[in-house]
Write a protein that binds this ligand. Structure first.
Ligand code: SAM
Length: 248
């Protein structure tokens, strides 16, 4: 059977705009969508791989929460392979079955470690014996009312000297700055080949589905959940990546 192309045209159509979902259509083109919609996507992935290797401790678990198509897990697995480390354990969790399917396919070549993908909701998943927990552009999709409980659960499941790595779309402290940053973001999407209509339709679909926090609000969430060292390791206009250390 001929392979369907994997170019993101999800928002090229007309008609009713429904709330954004990580369904089969999105999962099939997600890698293209991420590369063209998330600024410096590859660089952030590379930085997360480096941080993951730095904080990983033998015998512990690495979690990728909202793993989508398994890109971060594949990069980490590749890095372990290159270092001839075989006894690692990476657990990817996502509540979208089509995403889990794509991730399992992508991870097929990395059978040397213990790499598993679980289709489950983060709110119902145990986090234990973790040295590294990654949430790359996932927390922004979690119901704000559940975020604190989730971050506290992650803190509890991390070992001493463990790390939580979070990337999200963020708002700025002043609405004027937020507006200017968002304008720059849409400019980047235009440069990456998205039409005005695609940009507008996706923005509407994400309304009330992707709920960004202000940078300070997100930092406060990590601090009040117990993390001691909370810093930004990457920022580009309205996108921020945090590193949160557990010292206690
Ligand atoms: C933007 S994508 C994450 C991208 C991915 N981490 C990467 O680096 O390419 C967000 C993912 O989180 C998943 N997700 C959102 N809310 C979730 C929840 N409550 N439980 C499990 N997965 C969730 C979605 O299905 C989606 O695959």
């Amino acid at each position: 059977m001929e392979e369907r192309e994997r170019v993101d045209r999800v928002f090229t159509g007309e008609g009713e705009i429904r709330p954004f979902e990580f369904n089969e259509n999105v999962a099939h083109v997600f890698d293209d969508m991420a590369e063209r919609s998330i600024p410096w996507y590859r660089e952030v992935q590379r930085m997360i791989t480096t941080l993951g290797l730095t904080f990983y401790r033998q015998g512990s678990n690495i979690y990728d929460l909202g793993c989508s198509t398994g890109t971060t897990m594949a990069l980490l697995s590749q890095a372990f392979k290159e270092r001839q480390i075989e006894d690692y354990r990476i657990i990817g969790i996502d509540n979208s079955e089509p995403m889990c399917h794509e991730a399992r396919e992508k991870l097929r070549p990395y059978a040397q470690g213990d790499v598993t993908v679980q289709c489950a909701d983060l709110e119902e998943t145990a986090i234990e014996n973790a040295s590294v927990v990654i949430m790359n552009y996932t927390l922004q999709f979690v119901d704000p009312l559940s975020r604190e409980d989730l971050i506290k659960k992650i803190y509890k499941g991390l070992n001493h000297n463990g790390v939580l790595i979070v990337s999200d779309k963020t708002l700025q402290s002043h609405t004027d700055t937020s507006r200017i940053f968002i304008d720059n973001y849409y400019h980047m999407k235009r440069q990456n080949g998205y039409s005005e209509m695609e940009i507008a339709r996706k923005r509407e679909a994400l309304e009330n589905v992707l709920i960004p926090y202000r940078v300070e609000e997100e930092r406060d969430l990590f601090l009040k959940s117990g993390f001691e060292g909370v810093d930004l390791f990457f920022t580009w206009f309205n996108f921020s990546s945090f590193i949160c250390l557990k010292k206690g």
